[in-house]
Design a protein. Sequence first.
Length: 421
Amino acid sequence: MAQQEQQKDKMTRLEKHWVLYDVGNSAFTLLISTILPIYFNGLAESAGLSDAQYLAFWGYAASFVTVVVAVLGPTLGAIADLPDMKKKLFTLCVAVGVIGCAVMGVVSSWVWFLGCFIIAKIGYSASLVFYDSMLTDVTAPERMDKVSAVGYAFGYAGSCIPFVVSLVIVLGYQAMGLTLGAAMLIAFLINAGWWLCCTLPLLASFRQKYSIPAQGHMVADAFRRLGQTFRDIKANKQVLWFLIAFFLYIDGVYTIIDMATAYGQALGLDSTGLLLALLVTQIVAFPFALLFGWLSRRVDTAFLVSVTIAAYIGIAAYAIFLRSQTQFWILAVCVGMFQGGIQSLSRSYFGKIIPPEKSGEYYGLLDICGKGASFVGTFLVSALTQLSGSTSTGVMVIAPLILLGFFAFRRAVREGRKSNS
């Protein structure tokens, strides 16, 4: 009996390939949240930009990406629900992201660099809409929490490999007889290659299980179905309140991820220390993401999501008073403890309360909430920082939004219990 249970608990080949994409794209995530802002800061400084201007332009670029993906996500998600479309759109977005990542190493102007970053980030972010919606195709509802958590866990651990190699090259470029530009080019190529190689097994094995038959023109049909989905969500209070909650609390998560290094740089903290601290975040996140996956089989998922949201309220409040390298390390460890849990369990919780044949549409709408929140967070932090001239004033806006998200999520849980009773 125990052996049967153990066999049942083992991950399938398709589940492993799905997880592997998390390993690939997480390398890009780590790159753009660590080395990239520091390199961009150097380009901006050489062009005469101040620290406040550098942080503001970086935030505006991240905000622009979120708006583009938020606008495109639901429509593309609805098209992805048509037979065999999910993989095609996923492949296109991965290609844009990988090529954009590689090209960033070629340009030397801060303006062109920011432009390439925007293109690469759009490809990466859009690919996640289809990747997340694949969860309903690759596994069963009762396994979603575990598979989603394992994806994030191995994403954190696996991304450390190209990151460490890139870090050694970038920090030791002079000893290797390289210029900084050449070192950065090698780093971008390593991460682009890693991302591509980790994607290929999923492209080879994925088959779309759930779909909706096409009716008329593809785009017109997508808009028609989106309209019906909005009406369905209005009637489904659990999904509606979850989307509102996700918009509010994931704001803090994405803003902290996107702007942590830029914030530390603006405070004048040591670049090497910042990078090592964020590497520690990845290392800490690996076991804690697995822990939340293990707990999800023993504790109510809604309770675990509530715990992670509450933890992020504390993290966002702590960031306001950040002044030293030691405090940044403490922040990095705390983020690592809860980052995987809040992201993976939110993804799987949503997957269990939506119709699987409309997963592309619904995850596209979830992405609007996530990207919209990221836009609001990064834009507000950037604008308040620029207006006040103080980075601490800028980050004050994050904690209240997460708190509102906590209350909205608890409302979603109550609505779910009501509908199931």
